[in-house]
Structures are given as C-alpha cells and as structure tokens.
Design a binder for this molecule. Structure first.
Ligand code: ZN
Length: 456
C-alpha cells in the first residue's frame, strides 16, 4: 500500500512506496504526519513533480469503495491505495426513530393545552433522509481529506446500473445480448432491474440468475432483449426448449417452487407475458444518493468521469479481479488494464463522535445505568486509536485498535481480531486522536472470479 507524502509546507506530493517511506523516516528526512491513512511529511522538500492520480468511487448503501490509482495515457491504471468506507446509516436511523418516539410521548402526554399542529411541512428539493445524507457527507469528507494528502487530478464514480444511451429503447432498437461483451453486461444489469432481481418463472430470490431465452434458440428465438429474461438454474434447466405456456402447464418442479414463493402458475405466466412486452419504464434505474453524491463531487472542481455498474462488472470479470467494494471502485469507468491491485484495503468505519445522552434506557424506557459526564479519562477518549503493550498477565502482548474508555481507567480495545477488555490506561499510548472513524487494515484475498453465465 502506498504512503501519502507531504512536503515541508504540508502540500501533497506523489505517494511513495512503504519501503521508501521507511528509509526516509530512518534517515530522519521525514516525520510521521498521520497514522490513518499513513502519511509522512518531508522535512527538507518543497514542491515536486506529480503524475495524474484518479480516485475511483463505488458508492454503496452500507460500504463505499474508494481506490486511488496512478493513471497513464494509454489506459493503464496502477492501484496505489484501496479503502472501504463503512457507513453508519442504520445507527443514525435508529437514533432518529428513538428521538421521534420520545417526542411522540411528550405530545400525547396529558399536559397543558397545546394547539394542534398539522403535517404541513415541505421538504426542499433534493432532500435526503439523515441516514442517507450521511452517506454523501462521509464520502465527500474523505474525498476532501484525500485531496489534502495527495494530488488527485480526476474522479471516477459509478453512477447508474446500466447505460441508457447504449440501451435506448432496448426492446425495440434490437440490442442483442452477447455473453462477455461490455454491451452484454449492460444488458444483464438492465434485465436484473427489469425483472426485479428474482427468477422470472418461479420468483425465487437470492439465487444465482441465468440469462434465459423465452423463445428458445432452437425454435429460432432471438438474442434481442425483448426475448430475454432471468431465471434460476432449476427453471432454466427444466424449461430447456419448451414454449412458455407448456412449461408453466406441465413442469411439476416449477409448480412446487411457485407454491413455496406464494404464486400460482396462471398469474405468474400472465405476469411474465405482460412484463415481456413492457420495456423498463425508468430506464436509467436512478438512485437518488448516487446523483446527490455526483453533484456534490462536481463542486470539487475536479474532472469527473462516470461509469455504469455493467461496465464495472465487465472490467472486473475481464481482468479476473475478485469482488470487493474497493476493487469495484478501481474498476469503474473505461480503461485498459489494472496493475498492482493485490494491495491491502484500509477499512474506514464511520463510528460517530459519541452521544449527548447520559442515561441508557431499557427497552421499556426505564433508566438503566448512568454514563460518566466527562469525555476524557487519563488523557484518553473513546475513539482514540491506541497501541497497548501489556507486559504480563492473561492479556500480555500488543493490542492496537480503537479504545473505549471507562472511568476506572481500565479500557476496552477494539482490535482487528475482536475486543480486548480490561486494559489499564498505563499500558496505552495514543497513535491517533479520535476523529469519528475507526480503522483497520485487511489484506486482499487473491481468489479469481469466474466469468460464467451466472449473475450475482
Ligand atoms: Zn426459477
């Protein structure tokens, strides 16, 4: 993993290798500026040459992948750093719901007269729920952080699932599916969206789906999108060369699966026939958060390139790169080859900066335990990254991770391998102050992704 480098005046230079950073530190030419992500500052340099650096972003609802890459003119990308940014939308949502519940109670309580209020509020255009706005905000916070640490020259973002331009009226214009091509991947994403990510015949979800010809190839069925659907492996095998109506009328396995999923053969057949004639209405499959992030990223002033989910998948399978959030971010957009992608991923977990609430409640709303009033204990605060060297006892050894302080001075440390409890403050040393995120490094597994018919 590359190390970020700053010059004497904290201006970003090109990232360097770990080895070079180690040498610079050993020779006293640089100091550690930041632990996460690891950044050094040169003591004697001012300015320097930089090369084009691209930041790839693959926004996800739970985790957003970020990849920093050096780019050359002939479409080669060299991965420098990979990051998984883990969002906390769920805990934000839970906190908001609890607050709403408390307020509801206050309103319905038999208190002094209070004039009734009505639901007459309007939301501004582009408003997102706090749990979703947080996704946009954290990604922006990190893009800004990275551009302070490294000279980013361009951004690539995965914006939509498939290319509407290429697939304009796919059912009519006669776009043909061809396995393994870029257009094939775009068609696949289109079909996934159109058929609701489930088997079109039996309605089974969470199963690998295969591209299926409604009028079979052996009966002169075409490769055009209007003749394609998605089915589970069992349905695909059972249908084989049967016409649609015969398949629904005769196949016993299908009837069994339909029953298990709460459908009847008649209604399902009708549904499939209707859906076949109907192109996907909202063809771009827009995602409000991605568009909101897109317009936020434009404010950075950096040149933006956008990619589709279909192209990301095409790149990933073409280059046999395993599926992770960060590597997907490296595969966004158009390029030729990806080098040095087997680097560790730094997971950045949004944790928040604590809570004002000083009383915990039971599920019935009764107070349960009281939290301490001060945030600092012995110079430590929850969220600090610490390194604890315990000389003796059951917990002897070195523990690094995010600390949770307790008033007694006996702390808990969230390490990469799980929580270690009851570590005295005497053994701890701060490596980085709390900034609302927890960090840990994971190495990339090198398994190869197969480029089969299967759609995940
Ligand atoms: Zn099926």
């Amino acid at each position: 993993m590359a190390v970020f480098v700053l010059d004497k005046h904290k201006q970003p230079l090109m990232p360097c290798s770990e080895k070079r950073a180690r040498l610079l530190l050993e020779r006293g030419r640089a100091v550690v500026h930041k632990r996460y992500p690891f950044t050094i500052r040169l003591k004697d340099r001012m300015g320097g040459d930089t090369q084009p650096l691209r930041l790839g972003i693959d926004p996800g609802s739970k985790t957003t992948g970020l990849a920093l890459m050096r780019e050359t003119n002939d479409g080669q990308r060299h991965v420098l750093c990979l990051f998984d940014l883990v969002h906390r939308g769920y805990s934000i949502r839970k906190a908001m719901e609890q607050r709403a519940a408390f307020r509801r109670r206050r309103r319905s309580k038999n208190l002094r007269y209070r004039a009734p209020r009505f639901d007459n509020r309007t939301k501004p255009k582009g408003w997102l729920a706090p749990s979703l706005q947080h996704q946009v905000d954290t990604v922006m916070a990190w893009v800004n952080r990275f551009s302070r640490l490294t000279p980013i020259t361009a951004i690539s973002q995965e914006l939509v699932r498939f290319d509407t331009q290429k697939l304009e009226n796919p059912e009519i214009s006669g776009v043909e599916y061809q396995q393994g091509t870029l257009l094939g991947y775009e068609v696949r994403e289109y079909l996934l969206e159109k058929w609701g990510r489930e088997c079109a015949y039996c309605g089974t979800k969470d199963t690998p789906l295969e591209i299926e010809h409604v009028v079979p190839r052996t009966r002169q069925g075409s490769n055009r999108v209007s003749n394609l659907t998605l089915s589970c492996h069992d349905c695909n095998q059972a249908k084989d060369a049967l016409p649609l109506a015969d398949f629904f009328a005769t196949d016993r396995g299908l009837r069994k699966r339909l029953k298990a999923n709460g459908h009847t053969a008649e209604t399902q057949l009708e549904r499939v026939e209707r859906q076949l004639k109907q192109p996907l209405r909202d063809a771009s499959a827009v995602n409000a958060i991605r568009w909101s992030l897109f317009s936020a990223l434009k404010t950075t002033g950096l040149p933006m390139a956008v990619g589709t989910g279909g192209r990301t998948k095409y790149n990933r399978q073409r280059l046999t790169i395993p599926k992770t959030h960060a590597l997907d971010a490296a595969c966004v957009g158009a390029f030729d080859t990806l080098h040095d992608w087997a680097v560790p991923t730094l997971t950045i977990k949004a944790t928040g900066r604590g809570s004002y609430k000083r009383t915990r409640l039971t599920k019935h709303g009764f107070p349960r335990g009281f939290l301490m009033r001060q945030k600092q204990v012995q110079g430590f605060q929850t969220g600090d990254m610490v390194k604890a060297i315990v000389p003796t006892g059951k917990k002897a050894g070195t523990h690094t991770g995010r600390v949770a302080v307790r008033k007694t001075g006996s702390f808990n440390i969230q390490t990469e391998h799980g929580a270690v409890q009851g570590i005295s403050h005497k053994y701890c040393a701060v490596t980085q102050r709390s900034d609302g995120y927890g960090y840990h490094l994971t190495s990339t597994n090198r398994q190869k992704g197969g480029a089969g018919q299967t759609v995940a």
